[in-house]
Ligand binder design. Structure first.
Ligand SMILES: [Zn+2]
Length: 1137
């Protein structure tokens, strides 16, 4: 294989996962011991064992990327020896002491832009979901027995030449928490299901079963003996039991971030590899409330060939059924060829329960759910009960069931039919196994022994079904061999889900927002801990002496945190659709894991910054480093710790979790305004002291803010000393109520300033100027200093009520009464304006919201957007939802854009033919709208529901309080609201010249003439970076006061920043020692300014540099075991060595 060839990396939405020892990355290689060739050979051997078809290419590309990254890595020893982050030459530039100056213009080359600028053409038999939404009328006529469909008829002789092949797939849907907690479900149901499974499957080798939630499976595994484990292994080997998907949970697909989606999939797959040695082939997602192509992509890259989805809008299902497009290859919007394709089956009917899976008529199908036999605990709501199968009725029963199978089969293109057989927590009791399996076997035996019926029916696993399907169409068993197929290619997503009438499931995009935020807090802390843990192990390996670092304990804490985070990705957890006490259970798990990963962070950071490693000690009850904030309870907002210092200086360690060098604000609470901040080389850093307010009172402590500079993934060290310091300046204040200025007498250290009453308040920084109403404290105008342009951008809050109809809004559903009404508080709000050298802000306190707009006086990323924080409290309300509305003068018409899972952007179109609630979409990381000259983006630190109901307008639901159940099984309203803090960044960007844009639009228009909407869009590089900064803030830790100050030195593992468009998703230790490096190369739109970003990274220029030397390591073979691979085109390929 040639390693020297240059190749083009098509970068966007591409994951790159490399697994290699960090030791490799950090160490200088001893090439004499391990010549490069040897490693390549070893790797190749391992790779050839795998079955993937372009591994050879993958490997070459991987090695180039690894090499490229390695090039940006320096020897740790040098850093430790010097005790300095950057070379001496760059140390004396005022506030830029540590980081070298950034170029005024971020160099971007045309190759960088190729990915985003490409136009895509739909495959000939292609289905684009945006077109489908344009096409459908969304009427809801009564379809007869199949209420949301149509009458299905067939000819008796249709199967004469090729018999119908039926796979009845027994399944049990086990929610890891919903009406009961995870542990209670396990105790009451799940363990019995799994125990009975072992017995009942062994009774008859024709019986089959599938399982998907590894969270439950692993818990059960820990509780069974070796004999039972062997029995399970035999069932798996014989193909009677199949693990489908194999994630920790069946995740929600709307609110989940791809970091957590990958993490829970890796956790499940790693468990399966370790304990059962199996690799899932097929995805199974019957219950998530709408489906995302991101999950399809991740499954494909994790080596799955097939997948199944269920909860899709009933009109879309009906349309697909009529077109026979319920089975398709799901392709990413941005994919130009077939490399992301995965074969997908969409279930046609209302539900995954037995009445809705055998065929179109639930009244008939219910009679074939033998758990509902008379005398049992459940019955058929259609009032015709099942009959046990006997010699007397088998003929009639078999014919009745076959009629349903045949009708269902008419909705698909092949003679292979899938009939799932199960429901929530089914197969708990032995008798239920007998009822289902014995009665169905009698039906199958009858059908199969009557050739005139032309049917072959049997139990099967989901992969048995797909295997037969592929065989019948001439596809290879795993490949994506589209050419020979009569199956269409589909691109797009399946939001927003409606199961009936106008019941759109857009409420859960926001329900329980406190925990949606807490999820992201754990994600960012877990990532920081994983990275620091891996860096520490590498550093220790280098240091080579026994020490006190708690590697094993920390790994346990990380594992537990991964599993708690994984559990929360479940479709009744992050969605906010569990019972109150189940929410508390999840919240407690997240809360404990946040505490635990913080322990990993401080113990690892301590090691890395310690000058003399011999002095390291680990005392978990009294750690040397202390986090700067603490969350007092699972349902409380975090509080800042107050740092005291007397005569000795206090050391502050600041961790940069991003892989690019960075300047960001750090704020800590201190007891005195007289503070001096020094950086690692002893220079005094400019600082701002601000007041801490409670209503109109000022209290001790003070907020101390300064701009910290940190190397990529590095740890900086600052000193806080008591004493007067001219470079530490106090903020000034103006307080307004009802447009009038209020004078505060007790301001102590701080001064008030005044301005003319009528004028709006202005706050500004080098990039932006905001104009804010003195009466409401809300934004009215925003000016970009770059071109002196002013935009009307108005922030408002609005209320939604719920409909007066029988069905009302609840945890799942959003059923508003009418358009929103403007929030107008009974009392005029108090508006507090802060002006200071480092940041200025306006905080407005309404009855239900405390709204803060903040501008950082920092050049570059942090200064280019407005920070918005809304602390919301609607605990006193009844059936109300509160939203933030941003109205701009951008002419966006009915178009806007929301991200999917923080991974890709999906263009949206607000449709007048749909009800208001149908036009809300999940916003995981951002929403934006644009016209030919500008783009307005709202970046978010938590998932919420968003819409653009009018041209130029964005709306985000902040919290919802609902007094009733919405009839989807939860059996309660949402009344456990918390005081919730939602954080955002508002970013206004100029688009490139009208000519270019026009050309682009023309191109896009031609290739997508049906809808006129290109099915893809990309954030700018600034938007990507701003999102990163928002979601991964600097982490500051202070050296605890009781100890003698240890000698600390900055830590900087990389010699340079990662490319700006390359994101280190995770550096995750696998089986405690071997780290998996997960990279994501982000596509970005070049049609935006690259001026004054202050970024110290470069872009990959669409190419990965030719490498000259490869890293080598003695543990090569270990490294490549059971983990994933990078490739610029198809990465995340799982290998099982
Ligand atoms: Zn479920």
């Amino acid at each position: 294989m040639k390693l020297s060839r240059q190749f083009t990396v098509f970068g966007s939405a591409i994951f790159c996962v490399v697994v290699f020892s960090l030791y490799l990355m950090l160490d200088h290689i001893d090439h004499s011991k391990n010549p490069n060739g040897e490693r390549i050979q070893k790797v190749s051997t391992v790779l050839r064992l795998s079955i993937h078809y372009h591994l050879e290419r993958l490997l070459a590309e991987n090695n180039e990327i690894i090499g490229n990254i390695r090039d940006s890595v320096i020897n740790l020893r040098e850093t430790v020896k010097d005790g300095k982050m950057f070379p001496e030459g760059n140390m004396s530039q005022g506030d830029l002491e540590l980081l070298p100056p950034a170029p005024a213009l971020l160099p971007i080359h045309s190759e960088d832009c190729q990915f985003a600028a490409r136009t895509y053409s739909k495959a000939a038999d292609g289905v684009q979901m945006l077109d489908v939404y344009d096409l459908l009328s969304f009427d809801n006529p009564d379809g007869g027995v199949w209420k949301q469909g149509f009458d299905i008829s067939y000819q008796d002789n249709e199967w004469d030449n090729e018999p119908l092949q039926v796979f009845v797939v027994p399944h049990s849907h086990n929610d890891p928490g919903w009406l009961k907690t995870f542990d209670d479900y396990y105790r009451d149901q799940t363990q019995h299901i799994l125990n009975n499974m072992v017995v009942k499957l062994h009774e008859d080798s024709r019986r089959k079963m599938i399982w998907s939630e590894i969270s439950y499976f692993s818990k059960w595994w820990d509780n069974i003996d070796e004999q039972k484990r062997d029995a399970v292994r035999r069932l798996i080997e014989s193909g009677q039991l199949e693990v489908a998907t194999g994630g920790w949970v069946m995740p929600d697909e709307a609110n989940t971030h791809y970091f957590a989606l990958i993490d829970q999939l890796v956790e499940g797959h790693q468990w399966l590899e370790r304990n059962l040695g199996v690799k899932p082939k097929t995805g199974w997602a019957v219950d998530p409330f709408g489906h995302t192509p991101t999950q399809a992509y991740l499954l494909r890259q994790a080596g799955l060939s097939n997948m199944l989805i269920q909860r899709v809008h009933y009109s879309v299902k009906k349309h697909f059924a009529s077109q026979k497009t319920l089975e398709f290859f799901w392709r990413q919007n941005w994919d130009q060829d077939s490399s992301s394709d995965i074969l997908c089956h969409m279930m046609p009917f209302y539900s995954y329960d037995v009445p809705h899976t055998c065929g179109p008529d639930p009244k008939i199908c219910c009679q074939f759910d033998f758990k509902r036999l008379p005398g049992g605990r459940i019955s058929c709501p259609w009032r015709i009960p099942p009959q046990a199968i006997t010699d007397n009725n088998v003929q009639e029963r078999a014919q009745t069931l076959l009629d349903q199978y045949r009708k269902k089969s008419k909705l698909f293109r092949t003679n292979v039919l899938l009939a799932p057989l199960g429901d929530d927590f089914r197969y708990t009791e032995a008798v239920e196994w007998d009822q289902q399996f014995e009665n169905y076997q009698k039906l199958f035996d009858y059908m199969n022994s009557h050739p005139e019926l032309h049917v072959q029916a049997q139990f099967g696993t989901i992969s048995d079904y797909f295997e037969a399907l592929r065989k019948s169409t001439g596809m290879d068993p795993v490949g994506m061999n589209v050419g020979q197929l009569a199956l269409p290619v589909l691109s797009g997503d399946f939001f927003t889900y409606a199961d009936r009438d106008d019941h759109y499931w857009s409420g859960y995009f926001t329900s329980r927002p406190f925990y949606k935020r807490l999820d992201r807090v754990l994600e960012s802390h877990l990532r920081a801990a994983e990275v620091l843990y891996s860096l520490t192990l590498a550093n220790i390996q280098k240091y080579g002496q026994p020490n006190d670092y708690p590697a094993v304990d920390n790994y346990k804490l990380l594992t537990e945190a991964r599993r708690n985070l994984g559990l929360f990705q479940h479709h009744d957890a992050i969605t906010g659709t569990g019972k109150d006490w189940v929410v508390v259970d999840y919240g407690t798990r997240l809360f404990h894991s946040i505490l635990n990963v913080k322990r990993v962070i401080v113990s690892s950071a301590h090691w890395l910054v310690l000058k003399d490693k011999q002095t390291y000690y680990h005392d978990p009850s009294n750690p040397v480093l202390q986090m700067d904030d603490v969350q007092p309870a699972q349902d409380a907002l975090p509080r800042k710790i107050i740092f005291e210092f007397f005569t000795v200086p206090r050391l502050l360690v600041v961790y940069n979790p991003t892989e690019q060098a960075r300047m960001s604000m750090v704020t800590v609470y201190v007891t005195t305004p007289k503070v001096r901040v020094l950086n690692a080389v002893g220079h005094v850093v400019r600082a701002q002291v601000s007041a801490v307010w409670n209503d109109l009172m000022v209290f001790i402590p003070r907020q101390l803010s300064f701009v910290a500079q940190a190397a990529p993934l590095g740890l900086s060290v600052y000193q806080l000393m008591e004493g007067m310091e001219p470079r530490t300046e106090a903020a000034k204040y103006m307080i307004l109520q009802d447009g009038r200025q209020i004078s505060i007498s007790e301001l102590e250290h701080f001064q008030q300033f005044y301005q003319q009453d009528a004028a709006p308040v202005h706050i500004e920084n080098p990039h932006l100027k905001l104009s804010i109403s003195t009466a409401t404290g809300l934004l009215e105008k925003m000016s970009l200093k770059e071109d002196d342009s002013e935009h009307l951008i108005k922030v408002e809050f609005v209320w939604y009520g719920t409909t007066s109809n029988k069905d009302k809004s609840g945890a799942y559903l959003f059923l508003p009464d009418k358009e929103a009404t403007i929030y107008s508080p009974s009392q005029p709000p108090v508006v507090r304006v802060t002006k200071g050298p480092l940041f200025s802000e306006v905080t407005t306190t309404f009855t239900h919201i405390t709204h803060t707009l903040r501008l950082y006086n920092i050049q570059g990323v942090e200064g280019q957007s407005v920070e918005i924080c809304n602390t919301v409290d609607i605990r006193g309300e009844t059936n109300h939802e509160i939203a933030m509305r941003i109205t701009s003068d951008l002419n966006s018409k009915d178009r806007f854009f929301t991200d999917l899972n923080g991974y890709q952007v999906q263009p949206r179109k607000t449709l007048a033919k749909l009800p208001l609630q149908a036009n809300f979409y999940p916003m995981t990381s951002m929403v934006y709208l644009q016209d030919s000259s500008a783009r307005l983006s709202l970046l978010t630190a938590q998932s919420l529901g968003a819409a653009s109901l009018k041209s130029g307008q964005l709306e985000v639901i902040m919290d919802r309080r609902l007094n009733q159940d919405d009839n989807r099984g939860l059996g309660q309203g949402v009344l456990d609201n918390k005081i919730t803090a939602n954080s955002f960044r508002l970013l206004l960007e100029k688009r490139s010249s009208a000519e270019e844009t026009f050309l682009k639009m023309l191109l896009n228009h031609n290739s997508h003439c049906n809808s006129g909407v290109a099915p893809y869009s990309y954030p700018s590089i600034l938007s990507h970076m701003s999102y990163m900064y928002l979601n991964h803030p600097l982490i500051s830790m202070a050296v605890s006061q009781r100890s003698e100050s240890p000698s600390l030195t900055p830590y900087s593992p990389l010699s340079a920043s990662f490319p700006c468009d390359m994101h280190l998703v995770n550096l995750r230790a696998i089986q405690s020692k071997v780290p998996a490096l997960i990279l994501h190369r982000k596509g970005f739109d070049c049609g935006f300014s690259n001026r004054n970003t202050a970024l110290l990274c470069t872009t990959t220029r669409g190419k990965v540099k030719q490498i000259t030397r490869l890293p080598t390591h003695r543990h090569t073979s270990l490294i490549y075991r059971g983990v994933a691979y990078i490739s610029p085109k198809d990465c995340l390929t799982w290998l099982w060595g």
